[in-house]
Structure formats: structure tokens, C-alpha cells
Design a protein around this ligand. Structure first.
Ligand SMILES: [Zn+2]
Length: 235
């Protein structure tokens, strides 16, 4: 494996490991590097088809980020972005994901001049980023901490004690109870088609038995690992 191939493999791994909020920040950095002023549109609320507004003299665009690692983005998401472009009277739109797009999505995007990027495009952009921005991109990619999309405080791994699924792990904002924002583990894939299907199947099958729950020692080990990383990061 030559150096570029090695770097590419490393970048792909790091991009896949991001959460959706970090993924959005990566795109913001890449657009900043191209001379754009970047503004977050959705914040922590459900996105209305658009995450970032990017602007530089004579050019304005909407960027939607979908950190989907397992599924191709279907045409529905491209239509939503197109709707947002019309609502905001902005002619340029970019949809960014990790894995790829369905052929229907690619066809629709092509017809409306919407640009589609997957992880291969992102790797290329990162490799070509400026000396000024590149270190900031690598810092972001290698940072294993999670930050609250609502208030930017650090997120901590917690285990729910009550509710319908005690023992479930999730990322909670360290600003709790002031900020109640949570990430479910694997939050970035929450909008993928599989999520809906899993939900439907759960309704018709009996609840999982105990042996499908993670072993307690594993959970504890994972929590300790995360705490150790957090302390290292804070030092
Ligand atoms: Zn918060």
C-alpha cells in the first residue's frame, strides 16, 4: 500500500466513525477552506432538508449532510433538499453522505443541478485541503469526544436507569439538567430505512430476552474506556 492509499484508508475509517454533528462540522471546515462563510441552519432540531448555508461573493448554496454508512441515500432526501432550495430561493444544493446514492436519487439530482458527494469525494477534498485547514480537519477527525449539537458542551456516556429500556446506553449532554440533549448510540444512522423497518418488526415480535442484552462487564468496561478518554482529553 503506498502512502496515498494508506492515508485514504485512514480517512475513510475516520469519516465513518464520526457522529452526524462532527460530520456536519467536517463539511463546514471544507467549505470554509474553499472561501465560504458557513452558517448552521438546523441546529439540533430535526432538519428541514438543509443543514448548512454556505456563501461567498456571487455564490450561495445549501448543504445537507447525511452520515449514512450502511445505506444509499434515496431520492426522497434529494427532493427535500430541492424543496428547501426553492423555499430559500437558493439555486445551488449539495447533498453529502458516506456510502452513496440510489440511481433514482442520482438521476433526480442530475436533472436539478444538485451536487452529490460520498466518502470518496470527501477523502479527495480532505487530501487537497489547504495547509491552514488540513490540521484542523485532522484534529476534528481524530477527536473521539462528542459535543452537544445544542450547546457545544461535551457529551458523556450514560446508562438509563428508568424508562422502557433500563440499562440502555446513550450519550447525554454534560450540561444536564440545563440541557437534556441526548444522542442514542449509533445516532447517525437513525434516519436510515433500516431504522423504520426495525421499529416495525419490533412491534410484532416479543421483546428481546435477557441474553440479547450486552453483558454487564462489557458495558462497564466501555464506560471506563470512555471516561479514561475524557479525562485524557480534559488534561
Ligand atoms: Zn447540551
Amino acid at each position: 500500500m503506498n502512502q496515498v492509499e494508506q492515508k485514504t484508508a485512514e480517512l475513510v475509517k475516520l469519516i465513518r466513525a464520526l457522529d452526524w454533528f462532527q460530520f456536519e462540522k467536517l463539511l463546514a471546515l471544507l467549505y470554509t477552506d474553499s472561501g465560504y462563510v458557513v452558517c448552521r441552519m438546523g441546529g439540533a432540531k430535526a432538519d428541514g432538508g438543509v443543514d448548512l448555508l454556505v456563501e461567498k461573493p456571487g455564490k450561495k448554496g445549501l448543504v445537507q449532510c447525511k452520515h449514512w454508512r450502511a445505506w444509499n441515500v434515496p431520492v426522497k432526501e434529494v427532493r427535500e433538499l430541492f424543496g428547501a432550495m426553492n423555499d430559500h430561493h437558493i439555486p445551488n444544493g449539495v447533498l453529502v453522505t458516506v456510502k452513496g446514492f440510489t440511481s433514482e436519487a442520482t438521476e433526480f439530482a442530475g436533472r436539478h443541478g444538485i451536487v452529490l458527494y460520498d466518502e470518496g469525494d470527501l477523502v479527495e477534498m480532505i487530501l487537497n485541503s489547504s495547509l491552514e485547514i488540513h490540521p484542523r480537519i485532522m484534529d476534528l477527525l481524530r477527536d473521539e469526544r462528542k459535543f452537544c449539537p445544542r450547546c457545544e458542551r461535551i457529551m458523556v456516556l450514560r446508562t438509563s436507569k428508568r424508562g422502557s429500556n433500563p440499562g440502555r446506553q446513550f450519550w447525554g449532554c454534560s450540561g444536564y439538567p440545563g440541557c437534556k440533549y441526548i444522542f442514542n448510540l449509533d445516532d447517525s444512522d437513525k434516519n436510515e430505512p433500516i431504522a423504520a423497518r426495525t421499529f416495525q418488526r419490533r412491534k410484532t415480535t416479543p421483546p428481546p430476552t435477557n441474553d440479547t442484552q450486552p453483558a454487564h462487564s462489557d458495558t462497564l468496561k466501555e464506560t471506563l474506556n470512555v471516561l479514561e478518554r475524557l479525562f485524557k482529553a480534559l488534561r
